[in-house]
Design a protein around this ligand. Structure first.
Ligand code: 5AD
Ligand code: SF4
Length: 438
């Protein structure tokens, strides 16, 4: 009889890709994916803890499975990911959700198959495995890819930066780079298998190769090697740190065949006092110089950023500095976040936490400003014909994106397939470009 699985993923692209690895394990055991809760024989919650809201959402979702499991007693429920790597949270989940069978952290997620089999074979009723970091790279698990045109590829794990607001270095451990040859060969296979977009993943891709077993290669070299792969595809990467993004990397992008002219460069805020408190290790001036350098080499660059509003002690004037930075840089996309207290991080213990209503007002103001900037910026595409990768068809509409990540709705598609097409842009609607194939 066919068995089914459901994976519920919270958080970043790293987690999305990790869920593809969990799916890979389940598919190899003969399971098929389902969206229907009651149909699932195995349910996996892959959690995030970067902000409190993500944790609450996961806890709420897990709780909802209590009555479902009551009806389907042999359903296996597993909880993993960043939230679980915090010991107190893991214990809380194990104790308050007795219907959860398997609890495991980020450092041993590659052992999911072993844990599942142990429960399936009734060797153990419940598995609880939250371990300290291993000194070596995690074993790579075959992915069952679900992200359509795009394939994610880990180039490194962990983070050494310890920004004072951020929980990631505590739950993901130290930076570890995968060997370059392994990454290049994975990318080659993906292109051969028809993927049109490859996104290289790391918490701080610019320090690729600095740490761990592979000090001989840096990010610029890795990009050059991946760019040499033959085929019709785009290379993207996430995430860059402004203190480490070098001119060498920017030049490689500018001179490349396949690398997208899209750079996500989180600034977090536009005020030097706060940047210091955040332990970001750059100033606003350094950041703006980097932006100028990028625009010099890549005039059509598409920039995006992350902003945290309401970091402890942020005044109205400090916040205005961030708004001014947005006006100066003219990003295409801004991801604005309300500062969220994370237990165990230095910022949590700082004085001067900002009330939620003020944080909300600030984030709304930030996003309203960005919407205006974005609309203005998109106008340059009106009447232009641009290369677009068709990615999805949903509810009769075809969606795509440009090489540098701008969303496009394509209106006259006869036959949909994931591929590049030339699209003439006729209209802008809610920060989306609308056009037709020419
Ligand atoms: N509160 C709010 N946002 C946060 N981020 C990281 N930690 C926190 C926090 N405690 C944001 C940063 C980072 C993005 C992935 O999440 O902007 O770049
Ligand atoms: Fe968190 Fe800073 Fe590392 Fe990004 S660079 S994951 S914000 S500690």
């Amino acid at each position: 009889m066919q068995k089914y699985y459901k994976i519920v993923t919270f958080g970043c692209q790293m987690n999305v890709h990790e869920s593809e690895k969990i799916a890979g394990t389940l598919e190899s055991l003969g399971y098929k994916a389902t969206e229907i809760d009651e149909q699932a024989d195995v349910v996996v919650f892959n959690t995030c803890c970067v902000r409190e809201a993500a944790e609450q959402k996961a806890l709420g979702n897990i709780g909802k499975f209590k009555p479902i499991k009551k009806q389907k007693k042999d359903m296996i429920i597993a909880v993993c990911g960043c939230m679980v790597q915090q010991e107190k949270r893991a214990e809380q989940i194990y104790k308050t959700f007795p219907f959860v069978n398997i609890v495991f952290g980020t450092h041993n997620s590659y052992k999911f198959k072993e844990y599942l089999e142990s429960v399936l074979n009734k060797k153990q009723k419940r598995v609880y495995q939250v371990v300290k970091e291993d000194p070596c790279l995690p074993l790579e698990v075959e992915s069952f890819r679900t992200s359509g045109a795009n394939a994610w590829v880990n180039i490194m794990y962990g983070c050494n930066n310890f920004c004072t607001y951020c929980i990631v270095p505590y739950v993901r451990g130290r930076e570890k780079s995968r060997p370059m040859e392994e990454i290049v060969s994975e990318c080659k296979k993906l292109v051969e298998n028809g993927y049109k977009e490859i996104t290289l993943l790391g918490q701080n891709v610019n320090s690729y190769g600095n740490t761990f077993n592979n000090g001989k290669n840096n990010f610029a070299e890795l990009l050059k090697e991946v760019d040499k792969i033959e085929g019709n595809f785009v290379i993207k990467f996430l995430t860059s740190h402004p203190k480490d993004l070098s001119e060498e990397v920017v030049k490689v992008i500018a001179n490349s065949k396949h690398i997208s002219h899209m750079i996500h460069l989180p600034v977090q805020c536009g005020n030097n006092r706060l940047l210091k408190l955040m332990n970001r290790n750059y100033t606003v001036e350094h950041y703006l110089n980097t932006i100028d350098m990028i625009k010099k080499h890549i005039p059509d660059v598409n920039l995006s950023t992350d902003i945290i509003v309401g970091f402890p002690t942020e005044t109205e004037e400090d916040f205005e500095d961030t708004l001014n930075l947005l006006k100066k840089v003219q990003y295409n996309t801004v991801f604005g976040f309300i500062y969220s207290k994370r237990s165990g991080t230095p910022a949590d213990k700082m004085e001067g936490h900002i009330p939620l209503d003020i944080k909300r007002k600030r984030v709304n103001k930030l996003l309203a400003l960005q919407r205006e900037i974005e609309k203005e910026k998109l106008k340059r595409f009106l009447g232009q014909t641009i290369k677009v990768l068709m990615t999805d068809r949903k509810e009769g509409k075809v969606f795509g994106k440009t090489d540098c990540g701008i969303n496009v709705i394509i209106e006259n598609v006869q036959e949909f397939k994931v591929d590049f097409v030339n699209v003439k842009i006729n209209e802008i609607k809610n920060t989306k470009l609308i056009g037709e194939i020419v």
